[in-house]
Design a protein around this ligand. Structure first.
Ligand SMILES: O=P(O)(O)OC[C@H]1O[C@H](O[C@H]2O[C@H](CO)[C@@H](O)[C@H](O)[C@H]2O)[C@H](O)[C@@H](O)[C@@H]1O
Ligand SMILES: O=c1ccn([C@@H]2O[C@H](COP(=O)(O)OP(=O)(O)O)[C@@H](O)[C@H]2O)c(=O)[nH]1
Length: 456
C-alpha cells in the first residue's frame, strides 16, 4: 500500500498529555495513528532570525515532520490571510474580513515554502492528503514542481456561496488551486453545492455525476465526507472519567442543579455572545429555573493576536459579568465562564455530567464537540444536545433540539425544552444520534476519502 502523507498547518503536539488545539488535530491524529504515515506541517513555533529546518520525529506509526514559521510569515500567512481573511470569509462573516496584499503574498510564500520542503521528502507513489484553508494552493505548487502523485484536499470549514466568495479579490486563484487536486472534500452537501455553484456560474466549468467536474482545464471530483469520531471509545472514556476526581468535584459543586455545558475555542464563529444572550433570556423568561440550573462555558483562548478575537473576548467578559451580576445569589452562580483548556479525557466526564450540551455556532464546518457530547452520555439517562442549525453536525444529528442561533428567544425555548424533556424522549433521541455516529465514524471518514483519492 502507498504511504500516506498528511499535510496541515496545525499538527497535534508530539508530546503526550499536551493539549491538541481544535478538531482538525484531534481527528487527524486519531485517523493517522491507525494507518501510519507522515504528518507534515507547522511546529507551532515562530523564529525571528536565521533560517528554519524541518524536524522529524517518529512516535508510534506517525513520523512528524514540522517546521517553524518566520515571524513575518506567521503574521501575513497565519494571523493575516488564513485567519483574518479566509476564516471570516468562509464563515460568512464579511464584517471581519481584513484584506491586504501583504497577506496574500505571505500566504503564497508559505505555501510555496511548504511545498518546497515537502517535495524533497516525497516518493512517487505517496498518497498526499492536504488539509484546510491554510494550504489551498499547496497541491498546485507541488504539481508545478513536477509531482504526479494523487493529491487530495479536505476543507474542515464551510465553503461559502459564490456571492460571498467573490467578495475576495483572489476567488479565482483559490478555486483554480482547488481544481488542481484529484479530490476536493467538504464537510457537508451544502458546502459541495456552494463549490459546484461557483464552478458552474463563475468558473464557466461543467458538472457531471457524483461530484465530477471540469474547470480551468482540470478534471476533479467534489464530495462531502463528514468528519466523525469514535463514539464507543469516547463512551468508555466518559464512563471512566465520570468517576475522576475532577468530575466528582464538579458534580458535588452543582448540588443537584442541572448542568448546561458548552466547550468551544474562543472564536466569534462559535456564537458565544448570542449564546450568553439566550441564557440570559432563559433566566428572565423562566424564573423557576433560577437557582436550579448552572451553565458552564469552557472557552480556551484561540488566535488571540488577531484583533477580532481580542474583541470577542472583551464582549464575552462583559456579558458574563452582567449575567452573574444580575442573577447570582449568595449560594448560586448562574454562569461559570472558564478561559482555559482541558484534556479531552476530562471533558468526556464533564459532558456526561451535563443535562444539556449547548452548541450554537453561527457557522461551523462540523463541530466535533456536538458529536462528542452525544457519545459521552449515559444510555439510561442521556442528556440533550441543543444544536445550531448552522453547524455541519446538524445535517447528521437529527435527535438534537435544533435552534437558530441568531434568535435568542428561540434558543432559550430550546434550552427550556431540553431541560424539561422526559427520559423516554431523551433516550429515543440519543439512540438515533448514536447510530448515526456509529455509522459514520472517523474510520469511515478516512477510508471514504482515501478510496475516492485512489480513484476507487
Ligand atoms: O489551528 P488553530 O488556529 O489553533 O485552530 C484550531 C482548528 O480550528 C478549525 O477546526 C475545524 O475542524 C474541525 C474538525 O474537522 C471542525 O469540526 C470544525 O468545525 C472546524 O472549525 C480549523 O479548521 C483547523 O484548521 C484548526 O486547526
Ligand atoms: O479545552 C478543550 C477544548 C476543546 N477540545 C477538543 O477540541 C476539539 C474541538 O473541535 P471542534 O470541531 O468542536 O471545533 P474547532 O475548535 O476545531 O473549531 C474537540 O475534539 C474538543 O474535545 C479539547 O480537547 N480541550
Amino acid at each position: 500500500m502507498s504511504r500516506l502523507v498528511v499535510v496541515s498547518n496545525r499538527v497535534a503536539p508530539i508530546q503526550e498529555g499536551k493539549q491538541s488545539s481544535g478538531g482538525l488535530a484531534v481527528a487527524v491524529q486519531e485517523a493517522l495513528s491507525e494507518v501510519g504515515g507522515v504528518w507534515f506541517g507547522w511546529s507551532g513555533e515562530i523564529y525571528t532570525s536565521g533560517s528554519s529546518r524541518v524536524k522529524t520525529e517518529t512516535k508510534g506509526r506517525i513520523t512528524y515532520a514540522t517546521m517553524p514559521l518566520a515571524r513575518r510569515d506567521y503574521d501575513a500567512f497565519y494571523k493575516g490571510y488564513a485567519n483574518a481573511t479566509l476564516w471570516p470569509l468562509f464563515h460568512y462573516r464579511m464584517e471581519f474580513v481584513e484584506y491586504q496584499r501583504s497577506y496574500v503574498a505571505g500566504y503564497r510564500r508559505v505555501n510555496e515554502e511548504f511545498a518546497g520542503r515537502l517535495s524533497s521528502m516525497l516518493e512517487p507513489d505517496d498518497l498526499i492528503w492536504v488539509h484546510d484553508y491554510h494550504l489551498i494552493p499547496l497541491g498546485r505548487d507541488l504539481r508545478m514542481m513536477g509531482h504526479r502523485n494523487r493529491i487530495g484536499f479536505f476543507l474542515h470549514i464551510p465553503f461559502p456561496p459564490p456571492d460571498l466568495l467573490t467578495a475576495c479579490s483572489d476567488h479565482a486563484y483559490l478555486v483554480q488551486s482547488l481544481c488542481a487536486y484529484d479530490v476536493v472534500g467538504f464537510q457537508t452537501e451544502n458546502d459541495v453545492r456552494n463549490f459546484l455553484a461557483y464552478i458552474r456560474t463563475i468558473a464557466g466549468g461543467s458538472v457531471g455525476r457524483n461530484g465530477r467536474f471540469e474547470a480551468y482545464g482540470e478534471r476533479s471530483r467534489a464530495c462531502a465526507f463528514p468528519i466523525g469520531i469514535y463514539p464507543d471509545q469516547l463512551a468508555s472514556q466518559a464512563a471512566a472519567s465520570a468517576r475522576s476526581r475532577q468530575t466528582r468535584r464538579l458534580v458535588e459543586s452543582l448540588a443537584g442543579k442541572d448542568l448546561i455545558v458548552g466547550v468551544d475555542r474562543l472564536d466569534y464563529s462559535k456564537g458565544l455572545d448570542r449564546r450568553f444572550d439566550a441564557y440570559e433570556t432563559l433566566l428572565e423568561a423562566a424564573p423557576g429555573l433560577r437557582g436550579h440550573v448552572s451553565y458552564m462555558q469552557i472557552a480556551p483562548p484561540s488566535r488571540s493576536d488577531v484583533q477580532s478575537y481580542r474583541a470577542i473576548r472583551e464582549v464575552l467578559e462583559g456579558k458574563a459579568g452582567r449575567i452573574n451580576g444580575r442573577f447570582a445569589e449568595f449560594d448560586w452562580v448562574p454562569l461559570r465562564y472558564l478561559n482555559k483548556s482541558f484534556q479531552r479525557d476530562q471533558l468526556t466526564g464533564f459532558f456526561r455530567a451535563a443535562r444539556v450540551g449547548f452548541v450554537t455556532p453561527l457557522r461551523d464546518g462540523m463541530n466535533l464537540v456536538a458529536k462528542e457530547y452525544v457519545a459521552c452520555q449515559d444510555p439510561e439517562d442521556p442528556g440533550v444536545l441543543v444544536l445550531s442549525q448552522f453547524a455541519g453536525a446538524a445535517a447528521e444529528l437529527d435527535g438534537a433540539v435544533t435552534v437558530n442561533p441568531y434568535d435568542h428567544e428561540y434558543v432559550a425555548d430550546g434550552l427550556q425544552r431540553a431541560l424539561a424533556m422526559p427520559v423516554e424522549e431523551r433516550r429515543a433521541r440519543w439512540t438515533s444520534m448514536m447510530s448515526a455516529l456509529r455509522a459514520n465514524n472517523l474510520g469511515v471518514w478516512r477510508r471514504s476519502f482515501l478510496r475516492a483519492l485512489q480513484g476507487r
